[in-house]
Design a binder for this molecule. Structure first.
Ligand code: DC
Length: 213
């Protein structure tokens, strides 16, 4: 396969991470989760007790640390100064602050630069991968699903009541809205009512790799 990049964008819990992981595995490509870099920056903000609104402070802190995203087909690992922090990046504290941190244009540029350093090909998921970071990507997908269905999916991942999860997802949709624009040439897939296998099949068909395992 040529060094092609496949982008999967969409809102929180739209199924893009799971779909991207399976697609990467089927195509034997590395999977890249761009959200992990925003989460790593947020972890630094929280652990240094920084003001997430203070873009200069956040950038200065990032400059003091070595943040590394290690892509692989079965998931990603994140290291900060050689210490693995992957299992500290998905929790309510990070979820509640990450949108504030990821809003800063300087931080978005920092993440984009880290991602563009990764040698292709790979499958990358996020919000603006197809439109902003990899406009030249060979295949672009934009996954959506109704907020209620996304909340139902996430409630299994976090120990919280459905209405709280739905509210948190709606809040994050609003905060992330600016980043959530689809690339004009992305193929939209409404994952509501579809199984992961069905979503993956649509993507693999478009990529022209249906039979490859
Ligand atoms: O995909 P995720 O839930 O791990 O992303 C965490 C947060 O990072 C999300 O609330 C929005 C932000 N994000 C972003 O702004 N742009 C991206 N490409 C990926 C994530």
């Amino acid at each position: 396969m040529k060094p092609e990049i496949i982008t999967l964008d969409g809102p929180a819990a739209s199924g893009k991470s799971t779909a991207a992981l399976v697609v990467a595995e089927r195509l034997e490509l590395p999977f890249v989760s761009s959200g992990l870099l925003y989460r790593a920056a947020t972890h630094l903000v929280l652990s240094h007790d920084l003001d997430p609104e203070d873009a200069a402070g956040v950038l200065a802190c990032l400059a003091d640390h070595q943040v590394e995203l290690i892509p692989a087909s079965r998931g990603n690992a994140v290291f900060i100064d050689d210490e693995e922090v992957t299992d500290r990046l998905h929790n309510d504290a990070v979820d509640a602050t990450v949108s504030k941190v990821s809003r800063h244009p300087q931080l978005r540029s920092w993440v984009a630069a880290r991602l563009r350093e990764i040698p292709g090909p790979f499958v990358v998921e996020g919000r603006d991968m197809g439109k902003v970071v990899f406009p030249e990507a060979a295949f672009k997908f934009y996954l959506t699903a109704p907020a209620e269905e996304r909340a139902l999916r996430r409630v299994g991942e976090r120990a919280a009541a459905l209405d709280q999860v739905a509210e948190a997802i709606r809040r994050r949709d609003t905060l992330d809205a600016r980043q959530l624009e689809s690339a004009p040439d992305a193929r939209h897939i409404d994952t509501g009512g579809l199984s992961i296998d069905e979503v993956v099949a649509i993507i693999l068909e478009e990529v022209g790799q249906v039979g490859k395992r």
